[in-house]
Design a protein around this ligand. Structure first.
Ligand SMILES: [Zn+2]
Length: 289
């Protein structure tokens, strides 16, 4: 069954920076896994599952053009999945064509930031060439947290299915991927901040230019339907930390009016958060430019 149609390429500005959402297309996830302990009678009012209880969810990367650097946050699912996972997830593999539509060549990317190393966040880091996984973005420096990579290497029973070595190990071997230990400004105006919960070392990307800020919050808040503190995905390794990290994030993002970018929202890639009642947040979607 085809996906309903993924988010088109769209741009906005944050201070002097140009931000563009680039979708890798949609894929399928189990609705129960996507909403954790929340009863289906509640979440299905927000997202409608199909007859197999699947949700068609988005895979949104963010391109940032600062004037000096071209930065890509996340690289989607890519095109290296085997036949069985391809059948399960039905990825659309659209990131490179959407990058071309934004008039950016793979060689133009200076920096790639992976928030973590799950297969749906770093798939286009590499492509197969002559039987080997090589960098899709030949001139880019790639960044992820060292703790995330260490966890990926552990290959635990719980989540090893999410970690595919060809997405990152070749880049560590050739020196293109730098492993970070904590928070860091990657290029002027673009920093990584730690928000543990989904994984121990999840990093979000905070963008600041002039007085304006945006944040690619990744799987801390996967869609605009996950704003409530307790609407936490079943995938999260540390759900109590997800809630604590969300509180810390909202304490700044709401009053400072950050533009929030959602990785897995199939319809609304970004918007501003508003506190409409005590403990209740709603999203004000951004007008399309
Ligand atoms: Zn993830």
């Amino acid at each position: 069954m085809p996906h309903p149609g993924s988010i088109p390429v769209q741009s906005t500005t944050v201070g002097d920076f140009e931000l563009t959402v680039l979708s890798d297309g949609d894929y399928y996830l189990d609705g129960g896994a996507f909403f954790g302990v929340i009863p289906k009678v509640m979440w299905q009012k927000r997202m409608q599952p199909d007859e197999q209880n699947r949700l068609s969810v988005g895979v949104n990367s963010l391109l940032i053009r600062t004037g000096k650097h071209t930065v890509l946050v996340e690289t989607g699912i890519g095109n290296k999945l085997g036949d069985k996972p391809k059948q399960i997830f039905q990825p659309e593999e659209k990131l490179l064509q959407n990058l071309a539509a934004a008039k950016v060549a793979p060689e133009d990317i200076d920096v790639v930031i992976n928030t973590h190393l799950h297969f749906d966040h770093c798939g286009w880091n590499t492509v197969m060439k002559d039987g080997r996984a090589v960098a899709t973005f030949p001139k880019a420096k790639y960044y992820v947290q060292e703790g995330e990579w260490q966890h990926a290497r552990e290959q635990t029973e719980r989540d090893r299915v999410s970690y595919l070595s060809p997405n990152y190990d070749p880049l560590i071997e050739n020196g293109q991927m730098e492993l970070l230990n904590g928070e860091r400004e990657i290029v002027p105006g673009i920093s990584v901040k730690l928000f543990p919960g989904h994984t121990r070392n999840l990093q979000a990307v905070v963008i600041q230019s002039g007085a304006q800020r945006a944040c690619y919050i990744s799987d801390l808040i996967p869609t605009s339907h996950h704003l409530d503190l307790t609407w936490v995905m079943a995938f999260d390794l540390f759900p109590l930390e997800t809630i604590a990290s969300r509180k810390r994030f909202y304490a700044r993002a709401v009053p400072e009016k950050w533009l929030v970018v959602f990785t897995h929202d199939p319809q609304v890639p970004w918007g501003h958060l508003e506190a409409t009642a005590p403990g209740k947040l709603t999203l004000k979607p951004l007008e399309k430019l």
